[in-house]
Design a protein around this ligand. Structure first.
Ligand code: 2AL
Length: 253
């Protein structure tokens, strides 16, 4: 089985962190690659960043299809491009917010999300509603650390712990969801400090994809997630024109 974990931002150090988290939970027969798109934003913390990350993600999915990848993880907490990736991939595709929220609902009665900047909170709430977690999600809190400063800010882990502790108290929640792929390496430490399950969506999504592939299950090919109708794309997006029309590569190779 071959799983591809896509870091939707272009920061290689973050992809390496994501890969460690995913690699720690794969079974012996699973091959994993963690990829960094060639085009996109250095980090994703706005709707603009998120929109501009999608062509890079789709390029990695298209390349994965050519390489025989069995399933994909989209490793950014806004789950960018998830629906489009499902239209393109023959195997399952799971976003880390989707995986983390589902896992949290299997572990407790209510969860709180600890994320990076306050401005990403709205997207997290929107995704909770989409995934049927609108009631279980009791709060979403920023810790005022931009994505690319998670590694360099000496206070990161203490801040995440403090915000998580306050969230558990305020929300009367019993599970914490980490709201950024760049927090994957904090999971064990935060959990040990808070004494509740702390869900890293990267690990959760990797295990879920692996499980679906093992079960022989894939995204339904009929209806909304059927392959997108072929058409021409122009300008910077010309490479995304589908094969039925012209030597399709979905994006610059
Ligand atoms: C993220 C994430 O997971 N990756 C990224 O670049 N931005 N999420 C976030 N809430 O900031």
């Amino acid at each position: 089985m071959h799983i591809r974990v896509i870091n939707p931002n272009t920061t290689v150090a973050m992809t390496e962190k994501i890969e460690l988290s995913a690699r720690a939970v794969i079974g012996p027969g699973t091959r994993l690659d963690a990829v960094t798109p060639a085009l996109g934003p250095a980090s994703i913390e706005s709707h603009y960043d998120e929109a501009l990350s999608v062509p890079g993600i789709l390029t990695e999915v298209a390349g994965g299809e050519r390489a025989g990848v069995d399933g994909y993880v989209i490793a950014c907490f806004g789950d960018p491009g998830l629906d489009a990736a499902r239209e393109l991939a023959s195997g399952p595709v799971i976003g880390i917010a989707e995986a983390a929220m589902h896992a949290a609902m299997l572990l407790g009665r209510g969860f709180s999300v600890v994320t990076t900047l306050d401005r990403t909170r709205g997207r997290a709430w929107e995704l909770a509603a989409r995934y049927g977690a609108g009631r279980a999600c009791r709060g979403v809190y920023g810790c005022a650390i931009p994505v690319l400063e998670l590694d360099t800010d000496p206070d990161t882990v203490e801040r995440v712990i403090a915000v998580g502790r306050a969230a558990l108290e305020r929300d009367d929640s019993d599970v914490i969801v980490l709201g950024c792929a760049g927090m994957a390496d904090l999971c064990a430490r935060v959990s040990a400090e808070l004494g509740v399950p702390v869900v890293d969506g990267v690990a959760a999504a990797t295990v879920f994809v692996q499980s679906l592939v093992t079960l022989g299950l894939r995204t339904s090919p009929v209806g909304e997630y059927a392959a997108p109708p072929p058409k021409h794309y122009t300008g910077l997006l010309a490479g995304f024109t589908r094969p039925d029309l012209a030597g399709w590569s979905a994006g610059p190779d």
